[in-house]
Write a protein that binds this ligand. Structure first.
Ligand code: PLP
Length: 486
């Protein structure tokens, strides 16, 4: 690593990325390659002799980029966004450049202390209760993904419970969530050794907009208690993956409190919106939860990975996750006055993720971050209006944030009133639109209904992209509806 050569190559790389962002809109959004395409064009073994950055970048342009689905394209409307910013990318670059391994305070004090500070800052922006902040006895940690955050909190809850009730009870512990909860909950339950029979994905329905019903939760808990089981953990969601439904935190946490459940609130996508006063109501009740997480790498301009997890009781996490081998012992840790993040997460080694979040928070400020969120929500409202104006379509569930769930409605397809046939036509619409390549959308099934999810959130998207995207959908739907008549 020679500094002047690093400078030269670094400039080349920034130029490459700046050019990429300049033309990202021109690429087909969803990669059009077939499985195995790369093996056919790359050599079978690593080169023996060094190759120049210029040569490697040429291959990136011609061989890698065709296999990329362009999540940063302004025409990317699939899944959930993972938007970026200059601040986020450069913060990431700095963290990679330093490449410190901040597993404990001593291993890189700034990495730990900045993380303490930015999670407190962010927590205050979300008006989380003080008990979730370091300044109030709780605290935040930046983990990789929500999957890890849920697993860590589940393990903390499990061990806390087993310490009280005895280790033999592991087979009796029950996890509650809804049928809309992200699959990461089920994976976490498996990894944490929960009895698969004690996983309750409580049914939701269209009539309650796919929210988890507190009464149903309580009935499920009572049934389990009567059968000698031990209610352990509830995962409530603010902004479900399929439809951005918001579970009623206030009443759910009331039920959970009665039966002493650990409540985790998963706000992976929609949590970011709660920095705006008009969305903060969706977090009402979080004060009665034990842990709360959101992904800054989804809708908060921060590059992957950056899941922010706050807990009220860090010692529960630490009791489950800490290890103290001799080779990591140090005076600072012995004083118990510092945070050693290795004890708050699965991994030992960790990057310096606080830097990129700090860059984002400072470069934008709270005001501009709110405007960024509102911009996407405004475009989603506009899109919802476009759908409503076309009598062939319907919005399937109320839009709360920046995602619209819609479909061609049955009455538009004369003679095809069977729900399966309607689903099939909507599935064909999605495939036809995505194969066209101009935009990328994804789908879900809600109460048996196949739905197209139009999730707005790329940094470069503006209202014209949304209008054009709608035209693409209309054109492709027109052709399909005509076909359906034949
Ligand atoms: N929870 C919700 C509500 C999500 O929407 C997602 C991803 O879309 C996840 C969890 C999983 O997030 P991660 O990929 O960070 O584990």
């Amino acid at each position: 690593l020679e500094p002047e050569e690093f400078r030269r190559q670094g400039h080349l790389m920034i130029d490459f990325l700046a050019d990429y962002y300049g033309k990202v809109e021109n690429y087909p959004v969803r990669s059009q390659v077939s499985p195995g395409y790369l093996g056919e064009i790359l050599p079978e073994s690593a080169p023996y002799n060094p190759e120049s950055l210029e040569t490697i970048l040429q291959d990136v342009q011609t061989k890698i980029i065709p296999g990329i689905t362009h999540w940063q394209s302004p025409n990317f409307f699939a899944y959930f966004p993972c938007n970026v910013s200059t601040a986020g990318i450069l913060g990431e670059m700095l963290s990679t450049g330093f490449n410190v391994v901040g597993f404990c305070w001593m291993a890189s004090p700034a990495a730990t202390e900045l993380e303490n500070i930015v999670t407190d800052w962010f927590g205050k922006m979300l008006q989380l209760p003080k008990s979730f902040l370091f300044s109030g006895g709780g605290g935040g940690v930046l983990q990789g993904t929500t999957c890890e955050a849920i697993l860590c909190t589940l393990v903390a809850a499990r061990d806390k419970n087993l310490r009280q009730h005895g280790m033999d009870n592991i087979g009796k512990l029950v996890v509650y969530c809804s049928d809309q909860t992200h699959a990461s909950m089920q994976k976490a339950a498996k990894i944490a050794g929960m009895n698969p029979k004690n996983f309750r994905a409580i049914e939701t329905s269209k009539s309650s907009n796919f929210q988890l019903c507190p009464k149903r939760l309580e009935s499920a808990i009572l049934y389990d208690v009567q059968n000698g089981l031990i209610p352990l953990y509830l995962c409530a969601t603010v902004g479900t993956t399929s439809s951005t439904a918001v579970d009623p935190l206030a009443s759910l946490t009331e039920v959970a409190k009665k039966y002493e459940l650990w409540v985790h609130v998963d706000a992976a996508f929609a949590g970011s919106a709660c920095i705006c006063p008009e969305f903060r109501q969706y977090l009402d009740g979080v004060e009665n939860a034990d842990s709360f997480s959101l992904n800054a790498h989804k809708w908060f301009l921060t590059t992957l990975e950056c899941c922010c997890l706050w807990v009220k009781n860090p010692s529960a996490l630490i009791k489950s996750l800490s290890t103290n081998p001799e080779y990591l012992r140090n005076n600072a840790s012995e004083t118990n006055k510092v945070v050693d993040y290795k004890d708050w997460q699965i991994m030992l080694s960790r990057r310096f993720p606080a830097l990129k979040l700090w860059f984002v928070l400072r470069s934008y400020g709270v005001g501009q971050l709110r405007e960024f969120i509102r911009g996407h929500v405004g475009m989603a409202k506009y899109f919802e209006g476009l759908v409503a104006m076309d009598k062939r379509f319907e919005v399937v569930v109320p839009r709360l944030f920046s995602m619209v769930c819609f479909r061609i409605k049955p009455s538009a397809i004369i003679g095809k009133n069977d729900e399966n046939e309607v689903n099939e036509i909507n599935r064909k619409l999605l495939e036809s639109v995505n194969e066209f390549g101009r935009i990328y959308v994804s789908h879900t099934v809600l109460g048996g209904v196949y739905v197209i999810r139009f999730a707005i959130g790329a940094t470069l998207t503006d209202i014209n992209h949304v209008s054009e995207a709608w035209k693409v959908v209309q054109d492709h739907a027109g052709a399909l509806i005509v076909d359906a008549f034949l």
